[in-house]
Design a protein around this ligand. Structure first.
Ligand SMILES: [Zn+2]
Length: 279
C-alpha cells in the first residue's frame, strides 16, 4: 500500500503511497525524521518553521525533501495553519508563498489547486494528513486535519472546493489518509468528546471504531481522527474503494525513530510534511 524511499544523497526518507505513485501526473510524499540538518528534539528532518528558531535549517530540510521528491524548492507552498475548517484555492500567483516568499495573509488548513508545478505542502506533528487527487478534473488537495479541523469537516470542505472550482465529481477523487495519531494514542477529555458528539451524533457516539470510553477513568475517551476523516470523506461522496487508510500512527512508541510526535514528545519536537504536486 505504501513504501519508504531513501534518497542516496542526504538519506532523506519519504513515504509514498502506491495509489498515488502509480499516477503519472502527480508527485507526492510524506516526510519522516530522516535526512535533515536539524538537531535536538528536531533531529533531523524538521519541516516546520514554527518548531525551531533556525530558519536556515528548515529551509535546507525543505530543499532536501523537494530535491528527493522531484519538485522545485520555489514551488513549495505552505499556508499558516490555524486548526480551522477553511480551504485555500491556490493560484499561480501563490506559488512559493510561506516558504521562499512572503506568507499568506490568512490562515487555512487545506489547499486545493489545478495549477501544474505548484507543490501544496502541509505540516504535521500528529494531525492527520489527507491527500486528494482527481485525475479526470486534473486537480489536487492537501489537508491538515487535527481534531478541530476534523470537527470542522475540513476534508468535506476540500472536496467541495474541488467540485466548485474545478468541476470534480466526488466519485472520481482518490483520498489517502496518511500517518497521524491513532485512536489508542489520542486520549481526549470530555470537552473534545462533547464537541464531536454534538456535531456528528450517533455515528460518533455509538461507533467504537471512532469513539471508545476509557473503562478505568471517567471523562477520558479514545477518539479516532482518521476514522472520523474517513466517515467525512464518505459523506462527501468519495467512494470507499477510493479511500486509502495508511493505518500508520506517528505517536505510537514503535514509530519513535520514524516520526516526530507532538503528543509523545510533549511539543518539544519537529514536524513532518505532506507534499502533493500536479506535473
Ligand atoms: Zn498510536
Amino acid at each position: 500500500m505504501f513504501r519508504y524511499e531513501k534518497d542516496s544523497i542526504n538519506g532523506v526518507e519519504l513515504l509514498k503511497f502506491d495509489a498515488l505513485s502509480e499516477k503519472k501526473n502527480i508527485v507526492h510524499c510524506f516526510t519522516t525524521r530522516a535526512g535533515g540538518v536539524s538537531g535536538g528534539g528536531c533531529e533531523s528532518l524538521n519541516m516546520s518553521f514554527k518548531r525551531e528558531e533556525n530558519r536556515k535549517n528548515v529551509s535546507e530540510n525543505i530543499k532536501r525533501v523537494a530535491e528527493a521528491a522531484g519538485v522545485d524548492f520555489d514551488s513549495v507552498t505552505m499556508v499558516p495553519q490555524v486548526h480551522g475548517g477553511k480551504v485555500r484555492v491556490v493560484t499561480e500567483e501563490d506559488r512559493g508563498k510561506g516558504v521562499s516568499r512572503e506568507s499568506f495573509d490568512e490562515g487555512y488548513d487545506a489547499m486545493v489547486t489545478n495549477i501544474k508545478g505548484v507543490t501544496l505542502a502541509t505540516i504535521h506533528g500528529d494531525c492527520i494528513p489527507v491527500f486528494l487527487y482527481d485525475e479526470k478534473a486534473c486537480c489536487i488537495g492537501m489537508i491538515h486535519s487535527g481534531w478541530r479541523s476534523t470537527h470542522a469537516r475540513i476534508s468535506r470542505n476540500a472536496v467541495v472546493a474541488m467540485v466548485e472550482n474545478y468541476g470534480s465529481k466526488p466519485e472520481d477523487i482518490i483520498a489517502v489518509i496518511g500517518p497521524g495519531i491513532c485512536q489508542n494514542c489520542f486520549e481526549a477529555s470530555d470537552d473534545v468528546y462533547e464537541a464531536f458528539a454534538e456535531e456528528f451524533g450517533k455515528e460518533f457516539t455509538d461507533d467504537l471504531s471512532v469513539c471508545r470510553p476509557d473503562l478505568t477513568r471517567k471523562g477520558k475517551w479514545y477518539i479516532s481522527l482518521p476514522g472520523i476523516v474517513y466517515k467525512t470523506l464518505i459523506a462527501a461522496g468519495v467512494l470507499p474503494g477510493n479511500i486509502i487508510r495508511s493505518g500508520v500512527c506517528t505517536c505510537c512508541e514503535e514509530n519513535r525513530d520514524k516520526y516526530f510526535s507532538h503528543r509523545r514528545e510533549h511539543g518539544k519536537t519537529g514536524a513532518m510534511s505532506g507534499f502533493i504536486m500536479l506535473k
